[in-house]
Design a protein around this ligand. Structure first.
Ligand code: ZN
Ligand code: ZN
Length: 358
């Protein structure tokens, strides 16, 4: 049995607990997880007996060659083909991903199924399964992280004051693709000067000045898997206020990573970072959560946040990224992608963490 078939079997084994006969999967990442299909129009229907994959004729050939479950190439809307299978196989109770199913598809299902058939929203069952990465997935994340860091280092060497945020972002995206990435995992963040205090700044036409902060947050998607890293540089010799801010955030990041191990509660990891920033009087400047899982999506469970009760397990790939954003001064965030292990964690990101001077 291949790993992909094993994933479908594991997911299908949950159906009895969920009291459903079939599970309709429409999240693109979960469809990819269960079939290796990476196109834009695919649905999976899991049942205890067999699994079905639905796509349109554009992907028919690719799907029939590599997908090992029943492939349905539909000339009509995919959901019509799903209805036909549910009726034919008498799969009466169908679970669906409420966060992902389109309302249009839901309405069609509701209208198209005879009486006695029912639809049931299910939570993030597949996201939960996807939290623990297999050896093959970890290898892909490793490649993605390394490619991302190589692109960062190559571009960093060439950045000079005067370059616009947009130009730096374009150079980073170009370099990661040149090194084999499919695409950036998210819109690359390049924020100079006081704009570094905006945690999700879009790159603008603002040129990088002298004696100011430069925050870069980037990820490269490779073989479908994401990476995520934030580093901060300063153009010139950083003044004490900036050095202190940087040291406090770095201390918080190391404390959070230190608290990571299988069995630790995600909320406790977040608290470890918050405690350090509080000691430095920066807790109110830390305005987001400490990290997130990543894999086929850039943001996946578990969330490493204040109220997160998830117990970390070996094989989870997560980010640790505390930050402090001081209006008028700027923001510092330090982010690595790490792997939870039995006794701690492995930091996958190879890029050094000193405050870079350019
Ligand atoms: Zn990031
Ligand atoms: Zn992140």
């Amino acid at each position: 049995m291949t790993e992909i078939e094993q994933r479908r079997q594991t997911a299908a084994a949950r159906l009895a607990d969920l009291k459903i006969d079939a599970l309709l999967v429409s999240s693109p990442a979960s469809v990819r997880y269960l079939t290796d299909y990476s196109g834009s129009n695919g649905l999976v229907l899991l049942s205890r007996g067999e699994s079905h994959f639905f796509t349109d004729p554009r992907y028919g050939l690719e799907a029939s060659q590599k997908i090992t479950c029943r492939v349905h190439v539909a000339k009509k809307p995919l959901i019509d083909a799903v209805i036909a299978v549910l009726k034919r196989k008498k799969l009466k109770k169908t679970g669906f991903e409420s966060a992902w199913m389109r309302f249009e598809d839901y309405s069609k299902l509701k209208q198209g199924l005879p009486s006695g058939f029912s639809l049931h929203p299910i939570g993030s069952v597949l996201e939960e399964q996807r939290m623990i990465k297999s050896a093959a997935e970890i290898e892909r994340i490793r490649n993605s992280v390394n490619t991302n860091s190589r692109a960062f280092s190559a571009v960093l060497r060439q950045i000079k004051p005067g370059a616009r945020e947009q130009e730096i972002a374009a150079a980073l995206d170009f370099e990661m693709r040149r090194l084999g990435a499919e695409k950036p995992s998210f819109e690359t963040i390049v924020a100079a000067g006081d704009r570094s205090a905006l945690p999700h700044a879009h790159p603008s036409a603002r040129p990088l000045g002298g004696n100011e902060l430069l925050l870069i947050d980037m990820g490269a998607t490779l073989d479908g898997y994401s990476s995520d890293m934030t580093r901060v540089a300063f153009t010139g010799a950083p003044p004490k206020r900036i050095r202190d801010l940087y040291r406090a955030v770095l201390e918080a990041q190391l404390a959070a990573m230190d608290s990571v191990r299988a069995g630790a509660v995600a909320g406790g990891v977040d608290a470890a970072a918050r405690k350090v920033l509080k000691r430095h009087g920066l807790d109110r400047e830390f305005i987001h959560s400490t990290g997130h899982g990543l894999g086929l999506e850039i943001h996946e469970p578990p969330r490493i946040g204040k109220r997160s009760k998830t117990k970390l397990q070996a094989g989870m790939a997560i980010t640790i990224e505390p930050g402090a954003y001081v209006a008028g001064l700027g923001g510092v965030r330090i982010e690595d992608t790490i792997l939870v292990t039995q006794n701690g964690c492995e930091v996958l990101t190879p890029t050094p963490k000193e405050l870079v001077q350019i």
